[in-house]
Design a protein around this ligand. Sequence first.
Ligand SMILES: Cc1cc2nc3c(=O)[nH]c(=O)nc-3n(C[C@H](O)[C@H](O)[C@H](O)COP(=O)(O)O)c2cc1C
Length: 220
Amino acid sequence: MPETDVIKQRHSVRNYKPERIEEKTMDLLKEKIAELNSEGRLHLQMIEDAGNTYNKLLNRMMGLGSAPSVIACVGPDDATLEQRIGYYGEKLVLYAQELGLNTCWAGTFNKKNIGAKVSDNERLVISIAIGYGQDNGKPHKSKTADQIMEAGTDRPAWFDKGIEMALLAPTAINQQKFVIRLNPDGTVDFIDKGGVFSQVDLGIVRCHFEIGAERKVGEI
Ligand SMILES: Cc1cc2nc3c(=O)[nH]c(=O)nc-3n(C[C@H](O)[C@H](O)[C@H](O)COP(=O)(O)O)c2cc1C
């Protein structure tokens, strides 16, 4: 299936069936995690039993406590860690979607209970709930393309396709506080307009944009 279709199908899901992820699927996810960790210099970890990761009041109100498994997003603590987590974590989210799973990025979770391995030079940034959803979620309310881009009127078609996919990116509390700028020399800048987890958001947005634009645009 084209990745743009996978993007269109993905929505945050907060209520899960009790079934654990099938063994074969779990193996594929772990392979993908190993690949992304090496590419992105990360230490993403599959925690097969989410246990009490989502026992906070807010989690219970939203339903996330039903997630059977969770991905702990950990990596060496440097200036680009949060963006790399967003970028490579979203690649994993889209892969999971392709495998018939559902997910939800979650900044609110119990850091003590998740059971992640975090070395001295590393930081646990965020979690991703994963499992078989009770439903497939629903499209989020979205800003318009004009609200999130800076580009002239005679811009290339690939840029518009990138913007279309960027608008479908999950962002913390659906804030969409980013701007994507097309420079006269054809390079693209991703600009952080602040807010909670805005650097993670920016990495996710970059991942979506590149899929839509069918090209890699710069480095994190
Ligand atoms: C960095 C980040 C943090 C998030 N944290 C939470 C959270 O703590 N709890 C929650 O229920 N959803 C959380 N979300 C999910 C967003 O609310 C959701 O992505 C947004 O509303 C857009 O909806 P969609 O993912 O269905 O497109 C988070 C999303 C991102 C990207």
